[in-house]
Design a protein around this ligand. Sequence first.
Ligand SMILES: Nc1ncnc2c1ncn2[C@@H]1O[C@H](COP(=O)(O)OP(=O)(O)O)[C@@H](O)[C@H]1O
Ligand SMILES: [Mg+2]
Length: 296
Amino acid sequence: MSAFFVASVFITFFIGRIFANISQRPIVNMTGNLKRIRASNLHMRLPLRRAKSDDVDHLSLTINQLLEHLEQSFESQKSFVANASHELRTPITSILGEAEITLMKERKPEEYQKALAEIVVSVERLNHVINSLMELMQTNLDHKDFQNIRVSELMWEIADELSVKRTSEHIPVNYIIPSGLADIELTGNRRLLFIAISNILKNAVKFSEGKMVTCEVTYFNHGILITVTDKGIGISEADLHKILQPFYRSANALKYPGYGIGLSLTNNIVRLHNGTLKIRSKLDEGTRVTLFFPTQ
Ligand SMILES: Nc1ncnc2c1ncn2[C@@H]1O[C@H](COP(=O)(O)OP(=O)(O)O)[C@@H](O)[C@H]1O
Ligand SMILES: [Mg+2]
């Protein structure tokens, strides 16, 4: 009797071990596969078993999705660093080149003046890129500096600033800001919101060569909707999903001044305020950008 009891305990124990091993095998395999994934091979994914579809597969699928996000943000970090260093290196190379060539021999005063003027242009470019990068980084830090902002007040401040800065060009922007908005407030960082909205307006003006730009502000769906419409050069469908990347500029935009940082900065600021940025555009017809900021 007792021998039978001991034998049955052993058998139960061994069968239990065998089942435990079988059921744990997928987890062990998964752990092994995960250990092989490094920064250098982030494209690797966990294999999914075709015949089965259980919790383990579900977990593998979720991990694969996480890896996809990781790979994407890793890639965009890499291209950001590459682009940023290119943007910083270009003006430095021309400053160095200009200075070295000028110093090679004795020159006339006009030649020194010309060389210095070109150096100043490159230094200004460098300054602009560095400032934009600092602003881009600030968007990750400024969370705490939120306050209540009267939307129409902010909009008129932006309109004032833009019209003062470019009096010689006369920018035709038609602002539609209903007086009913006077009491509507937004919680956010005033300086960053100022930068985001003016970037969109500056783009509309820059890429539409004097054609009328409209900026309409409405209260919609518990938030503020700012719609900027231009009849300018437009953005091709292929470029639409690239223009939010830092430093990206469409081919048709290259003859206008700029560094390709404004939109990505604006997008960061909008996300910081839990808002949305949407762009609709047709090449050679125009662009409509909508910014939405929830008010509660
Ligand atoms: N209103 C617009 N019309 C046409 N193209 C636009 C417009 N706004 C943005 N873009 C495109 O998006 C790119 C990125 O914009 P942005 O980051 O502000 O850079 P920048 O103004 O320095 O060119 C622009 O270079 C241009 O190709
Ligand atoms: Mg811009």
